[in-house]
Design a binder for this molecule. Structure first.
Ligand code: G6P
Length: 317
C-alpha cells in the first residue's frame, strides 16, 4: 500500500479490539510510553481519560526514564510499532526493575521478544506500516483495554462518511500552508491533536511546523507576532473544541481578532462529531490528509525520513 492508500484505510483501523478491558480501580496511575507515531497514542489516550474525568493520573512519556514516583501499582503501556525503539525499550526495562509488568504493543521486534521472555501481556499489530500510518490500530487496542470501546465503531463509520469532505478541506488547508511555516494554535484539550499535525507535516511533507497552546500562548507567543519579518513567513491555523471552558472560547475569538489585526488571517477550525473522541479523530484525520496534500504540493515522497535514519545510524556506532 502507498501512503495515500494507508490513509484511506484509517477509518477502518478504528474498531474495538477483541480484548478484555482492564479493571482500572486500584491503579495508582497510568504511564503511556512511546516515541513518534507510537507516542501520539499515549497523548491521545491521556487526553481522552482526562476528558472522561478518570480519577487517576496519566502520563505520556517520550524518553528513556520513568519518573521516580512511578512504582509498583502503576499501569505502564509500552507502545512501539516496530518494537525496536530504544527509548521505549528502556522504559519497559525500568518498569520491570520496579516490579511493574508493562503492557506491550508492537508488530514484533525486541519489545515482543522481551514480552515473551518476561511473560508480559503483548498485543500484536499488523506488519508492513510506517508507524505513523498505524495509529488507528494502536489507539484502538489501547482504548479497548482502557474500556473506551463503544464509540470506536461509530467513530469509524463517521470518518468513513466524512472522508471526502475531510479531504476537500485538507486540500484547501494544504494550499494555505504552501510556501509558509505552518503554525497550529490549539486549545489545551487539543494539544495532542496539534502535535500530531506538526509531526505529520514534518515527516510526510518534510516541512517545519510549530504549535502553541491556549491559554498559555496568550502569555508569551502573542508578543512574538510583533515582528513582521518572522510573522509573515507563517501561515496560521487555530483549532478548538466546541466544549471548551467558556473563557477559552473567548480567548479563541480574541486570538482570531488579534491575528486579523496583524494582517494574518487564520484558518479557524473545530472538530465535528457527537463525542469528544469523534471530534479529535476527525481533526487527526484532517491533519493527516493536510500533510499528504502538502507533500504533493512540494513534490516530496511522504515515506522516507532520511534524517531520522541518519540519526539512528549515528546512534548505533
Ligand atoms: O513507532 P516506533 O516503531 O517505536 O518508532 C518510533 C518512531 O521512530 C522513527 O523516528 C519514525 O520515523 C517514527 O515515525 C516512529 O514513530
Amino acid at each position: 500500500m502507498n501512503p495515500w492508500e494507508m490513509l484511506e484505510e484509517f477509518p477502518l483501523q478504528i474498531r474495538s479490539a477483541k480484548v478484555e478491558s482492564l479493571n482500572m480501580e486500584g491503579y495508582r496511575g497510568i504511564v503511556f510510553s512511546g516515541m513518534g507515531g507510537s507516542g501520539i497514542v499515549g497523548d491521545l489516550a491521556k487526553t481522552l481519560l482526562e476528558k472522561h474525568d478518570t480519577p487517576i493520573p496519566a502520563l505520556s512519556l517520550r524518553g528513556y526514564t520513568l519518573p521516580p514516583y512511578v512504582k509498583e501499582g502503576w499501569l505502564v503501556f509500552c507502545i512501539s510499532y516496530s518494537g525496536n525503539t530504544e527509548e521505549t525499550l528502556s522504559i519497559a526495562q525500568s518498569a520491570l526493575e520496579r516490579s511493574i509488568k508493562p503492557i506491550c504493543i508492537s508488530s514484533g521486534g525486541k519489545l515482543m521478544e522481551l514480552a515473551l521472555k518476561e511473560n508480559l501481556p503483548h498485543f500484536s499489530l499488523p506488519e508492513g506500516y510506517p508507524p505513523r500510518y498505524a495509529l488507528g490500530y494502536m489507539l484502538s487496542i489501547v482504548l479497548s483495554l482502557l474500556g473506551v470501546k463503544d464509540p470506536l465503531e461509530s467513530c469509524s463509520s463517521f470518518l468513513k462518511e466524512k472522508k471526502e469532505a475531510i479531504k476537500e478541506e485538507a486540500k484547501k488547508i494544504a494550499q494555505s500552508f504552501e510556501g509558509y511555516v505552518p503554525v497550529v494554535y490549539a486549545t489545551q484539550t487539543l494539544e495532542s491533536v496539534a502535535f500530531r499535525w506538526k509531526t505529520q507535516i514534518n515527516e510526510n511533507a518534510k516541512t517545519l511546523c510549530y504549535t502553541a497552546v491556549l491559554p498559555e500562548l496568550h502569555h508569551n507567543e502573542v508578543v512574538g507576532l510583533d515582528n513582521p519579518i518572522t510573522r509573515n513567513v507563517c501561515s496560521f491555523l487555530l483549532m478548538f473544541d466546541p466544549e471548551e471552558h467558556p473563557r477559552v472560547i473567548k480567548r479563541v475569538q480574541i486570538t482570531e481578532e488579534i491575528l486579523r489585526d496583524f494582517g494574518v488571517v487564520p484558518k479557524v477550525i473545530k472538530g465535528e462529531g457527537e463525542s469528544f473522541l469523534h471530534r479529535i479523530l476527525y481533526l487527526v484525520h484532517l491533519g493527516d490528509w493536510v500533510s499528504l496534500y502538502l507533500s504533493e504540493l512540494y513534490k516530496y515522497d511522504p515515506l522516507p525520513v532520511k534524517t531520522i535514519d541518519l540519526i539512528k545510524s549515528k546512534l548505533s556506532v
